[in-house]
Structures are given as C-alpha cells and as structure tokens.
Write a new protein. Structure first.
Length: 360
C-alpha cells in the first residue's frame, strides 16, 4: 500500500513538473495546438525585453497579439502593476488609447504600454500587464516588460552651489554628500572639475550608513574655489560611477569673484558719439565691495590722458577721464594705453587698471 502511494505521488509530481514547464515555455512562443472550431487562438509573448535604460526614463513596451484561431479574438480588461500610461493599439502606423482590442482570425495587432523605469542602478526593473481574452484556452494572459539593466547616476546634497558675489581673496569652500541609489553601492571611477579655479577633495563616509530615498552615502566632497583671481565662476564637479546612464553627476558651481574695488566701466572707448558731436570725456564710477573708499591716487596715465579725482569721497567715488586725440598713442600696446590707479579701502591699498581705446 505504501509503495503504491509512493508511486502515485512520484507520478503526480512528475506530471505537475511537466505541466509547469509547458506553462512557462508555451506562452513565451505563443499558444500551441489547435483551438476549438470557430474559436480564437491567442499567440503573444510573455516577456518583452527592453535592454538598458536609465532610472526615470519613459520607455515604450511594444508587443504583438496574434490570432491563429478561426474566430475573432477579443482582448480587454487591462490591468497594470505600475502607474503607466494607457494601453494603446496601432492603427495605420499610429497608436491610439484602447480599452478593448479586436483581432480578426489570421491577423495580428501591435499593442504598446508606456512605462517609467524604476528600481536600483545595476539591477533590473520589471512591470506586468494582465488582460482578459475570449480564447477558451487562455482567458487570462500576462505580459512582463523587463528592463534588463537599470542605469542611474549618484546624487549629491546639496545638488548645486551658487555662492553669488565673493570678495577676492576670501576663503571659499562647501561640503557635499554623495549618495548612491544602487542596491549594492558602487565605487566612484573619477572625480573632476570643469573650471580651473575649482578643486575637489574626497573623503570616505564612516559610521552607520542609513539608506534614504536617494540611496546610501558613499563619500563626501570638499569643493573649494580659488578666489585669488577675479571674474565669473561657471563650472561643475563631475562624479563618474559604473552604470551611470547618459551622463555623470554634475554639481554646478557658480558665482562671481569680485575685486575690493572695480571701475565701471572697466574699459573706455573714446570719443563718445552724441547729437552734439564727439565727446572725449567720460566719468568712471569706482564700485567697492569691501567698505568705503578712503583715498585714491593716480599711479600713471598714458600720454594725452588726464584724470580728475573726486573732490570728496563722502558720496560716490567718480573719476573724470579726458582724452586728447592729438597726443594719445592710438596704436600703442594696451599696457601703454592704460590708466593705473590705487584705492585704499579699510587701510588696504588695491590697484586698478583702466584700458583706454581711441576710436577715430
């Protein structure tokens, strides 16, 4: 009796295993066998491979539903495992939203579902579409859409650094935490800065690494800006990791390093054309970022140029520059066409240079 029961159990297990194998293999290539007379026979894939995609991408999963039976096939009651777009059917080369699709015997239809790529970088992303049919052998069907490898770069907090205007010579740095959304945190391949005045120092993260929506912290970056030179800073820190997708992490670094005193305008073009003729005189305003201007001196002026200093520094510091076209060396090098001044602010002297161009 026990032996007979064991044989029944073994035969039943073998049949069950064979049934599962057929259930897995058959739908992948479509339904095999014959349908009852006058009935539809559905053939469609159970899996659509979408290759490598980046987290957040919207991709189209397209598959073909064929009817190899004798009767019309009806596909409806679409159910999705994601907040994806509506299922669409192709008609005349264009996809239209559809709640119900009819496929005549011997014909096929292309269906499309648009979905967003989610998951962890380096892993896979799988979404599922289920629907009902009037195929008596397959009343319920499921198609899975597989992103075989999810790509995604790391993120930084904060994600950018806008420091505005900073006085020349002021120490300037900021700290950033880099987090990795991958299931298994990746090693950083390369860190570089796109501006010569930006430098980066990295340090590893110690302690309890708690995962957030942005991932696990993998390192900290100390970003510094060289403020010995004045001018705009418009660059970024680039952080590269494996499986980063279309582009690396970019931490924008932007602002302006300004001198303690600067002339406005910074370069002079004379004469000025007016309705009253040519004017060879112009006013120059000295803008300060470090406090009140206490004193101004003239260091040198080109031949044919005179500079009148303001009588008082209580208000705006405005100079008057006059050019004599008959005495000015129009074709001289810029160094020989430059007015040089010095301004004292908070007991510190700052040198100023104002190039001048004669436009006959």
């Amino acid at each position: 009796m026990m032996a007979a029961a064991r044989r029944i159990w073994l035969v039943g297990g073998l049949l069950l295993a064979l049934g599962v194998a057929c259930q897995e293999a058959t739908p992948r290539h479509g339904a095999n066998g014959t349908a009852p007379a006058g009935s539809p026979l559905l053939v469609c894939p159970t899996e659509v491979l979408l290759g490598e995609k980046t987290i957040g991408d919207h991709v189209d999963g397209v598959f073909v539903v064929a009817n190899q039976g004798e009767g019309p096939l009806e596909v409806q009651q679409f159910r999705k495992t994601c907040n994806c777009g509506q299922v669409e059917v192709e008609e005349g080369g264009t996809f239209y939203p559809a709640d119900r699709v009819m496929v005549p015997a011997g014909q096929s239809r292309r269906l499309r579902m648009r979905l967003a790529v989610v998951g962890h970088a380096g892993g896979q992303s799988r979404q599922r579409l289920e629907f009902a049919t009037n195929d008596p052998k397959q009343p319920q069907v499921a198609v899975e859409f597989l992103v075989e490898r999810v790509l995604g770069t790391v993120s930084a907090t904060p994600d950018r650094w806008t420091f505005g205007k900073v006085l020349q010579g002021t120490p300037l740095s900021a700290t950033f935490e880099v987090r990795d959304p991958a299931e298994f945190p990746r090693k950083v391949d390369k860190i570089e800065a796109s501006h010569p005045q930006i430098s980066v120092t990295r340090s590893e993260v110690a302690g309890d690494l708690k995962r957030s929506a942005a991932g696990v912290p993998i390192l900290r970056l100390e970003v510094s800006v060289d403020t010995t030179k004045t001018g705009p800073i418009d660059g970024a820190v680039l952080v590269r990791v494996p499986d980063e997708g279309r582009q690396p992490l970019q931490i924008v670094v932007e602002g302006w390093v300004v001198p303690a005193v600067r002339p406005l305008p910074g370069e002079l073009f004379l004469p000025r054309r007016t309705t009253n003729g040519k004017l060879y005189t112009v006013e120059v305003y000295l803008e300060t970022f470090a406090g009140k201007i206490e004193e101004i001196t003239i260091k040198s002026t080109p031949a044919g140029v005179t500079v009148r200093l303001p009588e008082s520094l209580e208000g705006a510091a405005t100079l008057t520059v006059t050019l004599d076209p008959d005495s000015f060396a129009t074709t001289a090098a810029e160094a020989d066409r430059t007015v040089r001044l010095a301004a004292r602010v908070a007991d510190v002297w700052h040198e100023l240079a104002i190039p001048l161009t004669h436009v006959p």
